[in-house]
Design a protein around this ligand. Structure first.
Ligand code: FBP
Length: 698
């Protein structure tokens, strides 16, 4: 028997139809691989050259001048093209080159197209040009592990998501030894140029490598990658040079498709609140785009919470001639109250369900958490700098870590100059749940960043929300509104007069809306008392069944489903916007290299407008850097761009909040973005955030 079975299976597996149906090469893959993104006008001519654009300036940090003198005077450069080049342009362009490329940090859809753009441009300029991919991120540079990228390899990954071709890693090249090893690798491979595709930290790395290798003649070019969307560049006068990093659009669309499905599900079975945490280490750009794409009922925007001012407290303090500093910014408790308010209001309109979007980095914008994160960053970094073992090896268990913090707090009592962890910090820290303590104490990434994706932000916030909803329920304030017509029919069905019981049961019977059971009615007992008080029943009489049923229907159960959208969207195949954007970024990288640039980041200006307006440019990285605390030290890093609460996109979301909460009768306002349609004609051509902000500029 088993033998026969295996023969049958072998035969089946050899069947061409079965082979086709189970092949990993499907139609979508073939179409993706065959797609050739359109190129910006400037790349339609055979030769490019660079033009410095003096109209863009930057506010430069003095420290950058000291640390990056070789590239600090770089200008924004426009890529221009010509059919009739000078001899020197011709020579520059076709000179044989060896170029290394590395992916650094989290994957972002479109990375492979940066490689294919660079590869195509390099081979077109000179078929002898060679492109090497460093394996597993910056570690590949340090350890000299690379592979030559051939036509066959590149073609296999065109328009596909992930960084699977050469993988990625989060190592930062920041010690003298790593810098030296990286230089040696470039020398051994005889590289003319190194391309670093990465986020803010990786582009920072690119700037330092550019400075370090300038005299060796190795050019370094950065590429703005991150789904978080926090690499956006403006000149000093606010002119947008890079509206968005690549990968953002795809990740946002991917999250939005799934979250929109939850909106549909939740409004169908009307029993769950879906709590969706979406990636974005610090900035809430992804959450903002998801809000615009889906119209989910509530979306938290971290930057908005940080801007919160409790006007009542400010006024009260003003009257007393003082300043109440606690009135500025949002606390975790207050945030949970705001969420409860939305939940209670929807329930009152008969909707005890909905979708809440929480950005992964929201805690960064909450006062008390921000303080903990900053203090613990310093404590962990100081420990690592002064001990042979790392903090996490030294104190493996939570108990060990808490013990160390306790010792620090004692030290603060004895030594008044020691302020990093005092007894108040220790007390407050011991008040929070264990899983959250563990989250706040976990290892920082190699750049010294707090790893928000590892913290159960949603669980922390929803724990507080659930507790407060229980209190509101006990106070009779969290109730499900009863549809007036349903109430009428239910009572009439049992031969009862709705207008007789209505004013007894409900607090708003005279108004034409969803009916809310009185706050004083919180149980069958209190219902009975109310009916007795209003002479609606006599002492020994039972509560009429229809009345009891209406009461039961008004009692809410708060049921949630938690979801995390991050790694899935990061691994998605790119949207057409990201395919076209990244391919042109690859072409831009080659033009910058061919024209001698270094310390520049490839970018496309006018991304927010039509494709025909896209302008490839090089942006100097050094002027974009600021001092930030990393691993307990002030360090130069590329400035992160967070959500601008003055932007049109944010203002629109804010203005539509009430509509999307839909705490009234009638349908929700959910929008269906659908899946990423690579080949269809209905795929949108850019993120909605960009569209809205562009309208403002026009
Ligand atoms: P990059 O900044 O490297 O692009 O990564 C962004 C991100 O996807 C964040 O949204 C998330 O917090 C983080 O990476 C997760 O990191 P890891 O891959 O190390 O879990």
């Amino acid at each position: 028997m088993p033998e026969n079975k295996s023969i049958a299976i072998d035969e089946l597996l050899n069947n061409p139809e079965i082979q086709k149906a189970t092949s990993k090469v499907n139609q979508e893959l073939l179409e993706r691989r065959e797609y050739r993104p359109p190129v910006c006008d400037v790349f339609k001519k055979p030769y490019t050259f660079l033009e410095d654009l003096d109209e863009y300036s930057f506010d430069i940090d003095r420290e950058t001048k000291n640390q990056l003198p070789g590239i600090i005077d770089n200008k924004v450069q426009a890529i221009r093209s010509t059919d009739s080049p000078s001899e020197s342009i011709k020579e520059q362009s076709s000179k044989p080159r060896r170029i290394g490329i590395v992916f650094s940090g989290g994957p972002a859809p479109g990375g492979h197209n940066v490689i294919s753009g660079l590869f195509d441009a390099a081979k077109k300029a000179n078929p002898d040009n060679k492109i090497f991919g460093f394996i597993l991120g910056p570690d590949g540079i340090i350890k000299n592990e690379s592979m030559e990228l051939t036509q066959d390899i590149v073609d296999r990954y065109r328009n596909l998501g992930g960084f699977t071709m050469i993988k990625t890693g989060r190592t930062k090249i920041d010690t003298n030894e790593e810098m030296l090893l990286s230089k040696q690798t470039c020398k051994k491979l005889k590289l003319d140029a190194l391309v670093i595709v990465g986020g803010d930290d990786s582009n920072t790395n690119a700037a330092f490598l550019a400075q370090e290798m300038k005299n060796d003649g190795v050019q370094v070019i950065g590429v703005p990658k991150t789904i978080d969307g926090d690499i956006q560049v403006k000149g000093a006068k606010g002119k947008v040079l890079c509206a968005m990093s690549f990968g953002f659009h795809t990740a946002a669309r991917s999250f939005s498709k799934d979250i929109s499905n939850l909106c549909t599900d939740s409004s169908s079975d009307v029993k769950y609140w879906h709590i969706c945490k979406v990636m974005g280490r610090v900035a809430s750009h992804l959450a903002l785009e998801v809000a615009l794409q889906t119209h989910a009922n509530m979306t938290l925007i971290g930057e908005d919470l940080a801007d919160y001012v409790d006007k009542r407290r400010v006024e009260k303090a003003e009257k007393q001639g003082t300043i109440d500093y606690t009135a500025y910014g949002m606390t975790l408790r207050h945030l949970s109250r705001l969420i409860c308010d939305g939940i209670v209001r929807r329930a009152a309109a008969g909707k005890n369900f909905g979708v809440l979007v929480i950005p992964e980095g929201v805690l960064e914008f909450i006062n008390e958490i921000q303080i903990f994160i900053t203090k613990l960053n310093v404590i962990i970094a100081e420990y690592n700098n002064t001990h042979d073992k790392t903090f996490h090896k030294g104190f493996p268990s939570l108990e060990d870590k808490l013990g160390y913090l306790r010792r620090l707090s004692r030290q603060s009592r004895e030594d008044k100059n020691f302020a990093v962890w005092n007894t108040r910090d220790d007390d407050l820290f011991n008040d929070i749940p264990e899983f959250f303590q563990e989250g706040l104490l976990m290892e920082r990434d190699s750049h010294g960043n707090f790893q928000f994706s590892q913290v159960e932000t949603d669980k922390i916030i929803m724990g507080l929300v659930t507790d407060y909803l229980t209190i509101l329920k006990e106070k009779g304030q969290y109730k499900i509104g009863i549809e007036r017509e349903f109430y009428r029919q239910t009572l009439e069905h049992d031969g009862l007069d709705p207008d007789f019981y209505g004013p007894v049961l409900f607090r708003n019977y005279d108004k034409n809306s969803y009916l809310l059971v009185k706050e004083s009615i919180m149980s069958e007992k209190t219902l009975r008392q109310e009916l007795l008080k209003e002479n609606a029943i006599q002492k020994k009489e039972k509560i009429p069944e229809a009345v009891a049923a209406i009461y039961k229907k008004s009692v809410p159960k708060f049921k949630t489903q938690l979801h995390f959208y991050g790694y899935d969207g990061r691994g998605s195949d790119p949207s057409r916007f990201d395919c076209n954007y990244t391919y042109n970024l690859g072409l831009t990288v080659f033009s910058l290299i061919a024209n001698g640039a270094t310390g520049q980041m490839a970018a496309i200006k006018n991304l927010e407008y039509d494709f025909s307006d896209w302008k490839p440019i090089g942006i100097p990285i050094a002027p974009l850097m600021r001092l930030e605390e990393r691993k307990g030290k002030l360090t130069l890093v590329l400035e992160k761009s967070i959500v601008d609460t003055e932007s049109i996109a944010f203002k629109v979301v804010k203005a539509l909040r009430e509509k999307w909460l839909a705490a009234e009768s009638g349908d929700d306002d959910y929008r269906r973005p659908g899946p990423i349609r690579f080949t269809g004609s209905s795929e949108e051509d850019k993120p909605i955030t960009l569209q809205l902000n562009a309208i403002a500029k026009r």
